[in-house]
Design a protein around this ligand. Structure first.
Ligand code: PGA
Length: 253
């Protein structure tokens, strides 16, 4: 299975010119990759600019609408629109969206809609803070179980789980990235929960990726020690040189 590196540009950059520059630089850096899939998740409005420029890069959205039919839903962007414009992936349930009020129920609905529209859904789970008694593990379990509620196995096969402890996201608490050993333990828990939902055979192959202050210095540790299938990269995906290093290291790991 190819490694998966997902660039979450968040609400950046503010000019199309800069978005194109960043995209083209990343495309160049990705040209020689053989074992890594790179997914660029720009703000919605840039997706159509990049949709037709087929290359090694795949496109993803940072969210999808909760509504599954076209209609009177001001400001919403449907999973079908995203699919039709060339997106292959959608990040869903990012902690920055949960903070705006997205509940596990909403996220569950979005995951179902994204998957049934043919997108690969990247479900983000992760605690706000970590306690010494392990209560945060129950929180992760609840986010994941609620996010997958009532989804059929044939849909779950296109799921990716991103473990992203909110406190480790750059600019959040200042704590920096999680350590690879802890991430490994949590991916074991995530895999167990996935087994309950999807059975051993299917869940064994579902990618689990890590996000939170990933950079070119710590990526190898996550890929080797945590044994994740890939990374979700925020801040450093906006720096084409650093991101170029990240994807190169991933490809060589
Ligand atoms: P970061 O963001 O790499 O800047 O920590 C990751 C994310 O929030 O997806």
């Amino acid at each position: 299975m190819k490694k998966l590196i997902v660039a979450n540009w968040k609400m950046n950059p503010s000019e199309l010119k800069e978005a194109k520059r960043l995209f083209n630089k990343t495309k160049q850096a990705a040209a020689r990759l053989t074992k890594t899939e790179v997914v660029i998740c720009p703000p919605f409005i840039y997706l159509s600019e990049f949709g037709s420029r087929a290359s090694k890069l795949k496109l993803g959205a940072q969210d999808v609408s909760f509504f599954d039919f076209d209609g009177a839903h001001t400001g919403e962007i449907s999973a079908k629109m995203l699919k039709n414009i060339g997106a292959k992936y959608a990040i869903i349930g990012h902690s920055e969206r949960r903070k705006l009020g997205e509940t596990n129920e909403i996220i569950n609905k979005k995951i179902g809609i994204a998957l049934s529209s043919g997108l690969k859904a990247i479900l983000c789970v992760g605690e706000e803070s970590r306690d010494n008694d392990g209560r945060f593990l129950g929180f992760i379990r609840e986010e994941l179980s609620a996010g997958l509620r009532c989804l059929s196995r044939h849909l779950i096969k296109n799921l990716i789980v991103a473990y992203e402890p909110a406190w480790a996201i750059s600019g959040r608490s200042g704590a920096g990235a999680d350590n690879p050993d802890d991430v490994f333990k949590i991916t074991v828990l995530i895999r167990k929960i996935l087994m309950d939902f999807a059975g051993n055979d299917l869940s064994r192959n579902l990618p689990i990726i890590y996000g939170g202050s990933v950079n070119s210095e710590n990526i190898a540790g996550f890929l080797k020690k945590s044994q994740v299938s890939g990374l979700l990269v925020g801040g450093k995906s906006l720096d084409s040189e650093e991101f170029g290093k990240i994807i190169k290291i991933a490809d060589q790991s």
